[in-house]
Each structure stands twice: as C-alpha cells, then as structure tokens.
Design a protein around this ligand. Sequence first.
Ligand code: HEC
Length: 143
Amino acid sequence: MNCITIFAPSTLESGHIKKLAAGLLIVILRLSPLFFPFAVAAQQDDGERLFRQRCATCHSVDPGQNKMAPNLHGIIGRAAGSLEGASYSGAMRSSRMTWDRQSLDSFLAAPSQVVRGTRMTAGVPTAAQRAAIIRYLESQSPD
Ligand code: HEC
C-alpha cells in the first residue's frame, strides 16, 4: 500500500509527460509534409550547385552539347562510353556498365577504381554530395 501511495503521483506525472511528448510528436509529424517540399527543393539546388562546381567545367547537361567530356543529359540508364560524338577512353568504352544510381555512386566515389584506365580523374569523396549530384542528374534524365 505504501508503495502505491509513494509512487502513484510520480507515475501519473511521467504518464502525463509521455502523453504530452506523444502529442507533440504527432503534431510535428502532421506538420512535416509542409516542410518537406522545401527540403526537397533545397537538395535539388544543392545538387545543381555541386554539379556546376565539380562537373560542369568538363560536362554539360544541355542535350547535345559535348564539352571535353561526354554530355550527361539522360545519363541514367545509358550504357557507359556509348554516346555518339563523345570522346572516350578504351577503358570506358569496354567497361560494359550501365549508369544507374548505384554505378554512378561507386564511379564518382573512386573513378579509376571502378573503370580502370578512365580519363576521368575527378572524384567526389563525400557520399552526401554524390547523392545530391546523382539526384540532380536524375532530374536531367527524362525517362
Ligand atoms: C576534369 C574534367 C572532368 C570533371 C571535372 C568531371 N568529369 Fe566526368 N568525365 C570526364 C572525362 C574525360 C570522361 C570520359 C572518361 C573516359 O572515357 O574514360 C568522363 C566521364 C564521365 C561519365 C561517363 C559518361 C558516359 O557517357 O559513359 C560520367 C557519368 C561522369 N563523367 C560524371 C561526372 C560527374 C557527375 C562529375 C562531377 C562530380 C564529373 N564527371 C566531373 C571528365 C571530367
């Protein structure tokens, strides 16, 4: 009996706090879709900015335009080394890879380890930056 009288008030209080926390969590979860579009837009911006900084010196995403490196418009789903009019190393031509999210991620992490002998040496060591760049490339790849 003693135990109950001593612990009952504190149990009640922690129960209240839990309910309050649960309520708050529900409110946050309900509101999160409101913030989500902004988060997505920010990530896309980030990928585009990173692309401009890290890739655009050599690559374009405007259809048809090859700079010193192959055009990357529609790169998702394209066979590696297959773009007509682009100049490739023998290594890239014979790599037999198809570019998807996964292969792009490993290639960008360490280009010459994935395609030995590739002429592309610029890698992106940070996984989050690779993910943002790949999302941007996906947005430039009509399906
Ligand atoms: C200094 C120039 C340079 C930079 C910077 C560069 N690349 Fe490349 N990239 C190349 C060259 C050259 C090739 C062709 C490689 C080969 O044939 O071995 C290539 C090939 C590629 C390919 C394969 C294309 C195909 O048609 O198979 C992809 C994908 C690619 N680069 C993505 C990127 C991304 C994404 C970035 C930015 C993070 C980037 N590159 C930065 C020069 C560059």
